[in-house]
Design a protein around this ligand. Structure first.
Ligand code: UAG
Ligand code: ATP
Ligand code: API
Ligand code: MG
Length: 496
């Protein structure tokens, strides 16, 4: 592609240097520069792309895009585009370079504190069953319609993101279900994305290390709806919003004159209304009324929050053009979402679930979901991540203590922090509760299994699908599901 064409589409750029060059790629990472790349220097959270300019030039970058003006003695053989916002420029170039793949896909973007991965999986499963091919992008995996690989981020940066969407469109996917994190919205990773549906699941405390306050965390989530409102192209997007959530109500209030909504929830004002629910260990059945019709939805998931996730997915699919009846039919075969309320096994009548609850609200809900199964006792094993929101730690302690009969507090991913210090933060919310603290996660899981009796349920929360544990900056293999399986087998052997 011609550099001139790409650079001319960049909004608010002041351009100098040679534009008559062929571009071979676009990147924000100097390590990925090859001859003919455009290098965008982003001022990041940890580093500054500007510091890597020499490396990018040495590797043959044909153009630099930067928030800094070029030096007076700049070599005019190389193009320099001076822009007010390098992240916005990266998103814009990524869309242009990949020829705006989202225009060729039905795009469902899902945001919210909890439930994004689950809602994306269910939406993807329905899309795939009705349309044969669909993409999936989120915390657990990236599926481009042909193959699936583990994900390293919930929402990739704009260059990787637009490249993946292009791959999906080229693989003949009709749609994509994707998670959109608050970090991504704040960092403009999804700018330029043309959405058909934007879903808001809920908002509760998380990521205050990054956003500072709940107000700015909500402002980041709100950006998705601002993007929907201002997006170019021919799509007539729908906002799917949970109005049982107070922040969902605020979204509707603020955007009601400017966006088309499908609201969902239990209340009479919800467009898609959740009715009677029944649940057992094998799954949940619930009624939905939508446009004066009633639907009975059967799903393999447990937990009342999954009724919300299924309803969000149903509304998203309907908004993307799938008939409600076809979507409802597909729910019965919806897949196990890896590490979300995943039943790992039973020994002597005690069952064990692995779940990804790592916020106070999620932990409260996960405990409540298991309580609904009427266990003799609920034993919860959990910890909190290091180098992340510290203020959620005592709140998670409180939620687990109140929701369980017994807790074992352990390490999640301590990262660079002292595991004992993280546990001490959690314990502040657990005064008066029955708990034990065991920093080694394997020992904690084994202890829970050893003390469990017939009829008990063990919940191992926080790491879900993760296959590693990060301690003192080092990642080692660790999978709660394998650990639990091993612990259950060891107990069974010792009792033989
Ligand atoms: C704090 C944060 O969100 N950082 C993300 C951000 O990095 P950044 O742009 O701030 O980059 P930086 O590391 O400060 O470096 C600055 C610039 O120098 C460049 N550089 C750096 C080194 C070099 O040798 N050469 C070079 O050019 C970098 O490519 C970058 O452009 O943008 C990058 C590309 O989009 C992300 O990969 C990176 O995610 C880091 C790894 C991360 O851990 N992010 C987490 C917190 C995150 O984003 N989490 C959410 C999940 C939340 C949820 O599920 O609820 C997610 O969406 O995954
Ligand atoms: N709708 C919901 N409301 C509240 N809690 C939920 C909801 N859905 C799931 N949860 C809880 O939150 C945990 C994480 O769910 P999920 O992975 O679907 O969310 P997510 O928004 O993708 O999270 P992350 O941002 O960490 O990727 C689940 O394991 C469950 O305990
Ligand atoms: N998306 C979440 C994942 C947290 C998972 C938990 N296991 C941890 O490591 O803290 C985050 O980045 O905060
Ligand atoms: Mg997720």
């Amino acid at each position: 592609m011609q550099l001139r064409t790409l650079i001319h589409n960049l909004p608010k750029a002041t351009v100098s240097g040679n534009l008559d060059q062929q571009v071979t790629g676009v990147t924000t990472d100097s390590r990925e520069v090859v001859a003919g790349s455009i290098f965008i220097a982003v001022r990041g959270t940890d580093g500054d792309g500007q510091d890597y300019l020499p490396q990018a030039l040495e590797k043959g970058a044909c153009a630099i895009v930067s928030e800094v003006a070029p030096a007076e003695d700049w070599d005019e053989k190389i193009c320099w585009a001076h822009v007010p916002d390098a992240r916005a420029a990266a998103a814009s170039l990524a869309c242009d370079w990949n020829d705006h793949p989202s225009k060729d896909l039905k795009v469902v973007g899902i945001t919210g504190t909890n439930g994004k991965t689950t809602t994306a999986f269910i939406t993807h499963a329905v899309m795939q069953s009705v349309w044969t091919r669909a993409g999936l992008l989120g915390t657990v995996e990236i599926n481009d319609g042909e193959q699936s690989v583990p994900a390293t981020q919930t929402t990739p940066g704009p260059i990787q993101l637009q490249g993946l969407l292009r791959q999906m469109a080229d693989n003949a996917c009709r749609g994509v279900a994707m998670e959109i994190s608050s970090h991504a919205l704040e960092q403009k990773r999804t700018d330029g994305l043309l959405l058909d549906v934007a879903v808001f699941t809920n908002l509760s405390q998380d990521h205050l290390d990054y956003h500072g306050t709940m107000a700015s965390y909500f402002a980041a989530k709100k950006r998705l709806f601002e993007l929907l409102e201002t997006q170019q192209g021919n799509k007539k997007p729908t906002a799917v919003v949970n109005i049982d959530d107070p922040y969902g109500q605020r979204l509707v209030e603020e955007f009601k004159d400017r966006l088309y909504f499908i609201t969902y929830g239990h209340g009479v004002h919800a467009n898609m209304r959740i009715g009677r629910e029944t649940q057992n260990v094998r799954g949940t059945e619930f009624e939905i009324s939508y446009k004066e019709r009633e639907y009975l939805v059967r799903t393999p998931y447990i937990g009342r929050f999954n009724v919300f996730n299924c309803t969000a997915a149903l509304a998203a699919c309907v908004a993307a053009g799938i008939k409600p009846r076809d979507a409802v039919r597909a729910f019965a075969d919806a897949p196990q979402v890896p590490g979300r309320m995943e039943c790992v096994g039973r020994r002597d009548g005690a069952s064990l679930f692995v779940d990804y609850a790592h916020t106070p609200d999620a932990l409260e809900n996960a405990c409540a979901a298991i309580r609904d199964l009427r266990p003799k006792r609920l034993i919860t094993v959990f910890g909190c991540g290091g180098d992340r929101d510290q203020t959620k730690r005592p709140l998670m302690g409180k939620a687990a203590a109140e929701g369980s009969d017994l807790c074992i507090v352990t390490s999640d991913n301590p990262r660079s922090e002292d595991p004992e210090a993280i546990i001490a933060d959690i314990e502040k919310g657990m005064r008066g509760a029955r708990y034990e603290s065991i920093p080694d996660r394997m020992t904690a899981i084994q202890t829970a299994v050893n003390i469990s009796e017939e009829g008990d349920v063990i919940l191992v929360a926080g790491k879900g699908h993760e296959t590693y544990q990060e301690i003192a900056g080092d990642r080692t293999d660790f999978d709660d599901r394998r650990a639990a399986y091993k612990a259950l087998n060891l107990k069974a052997k010792s009792e033989e």
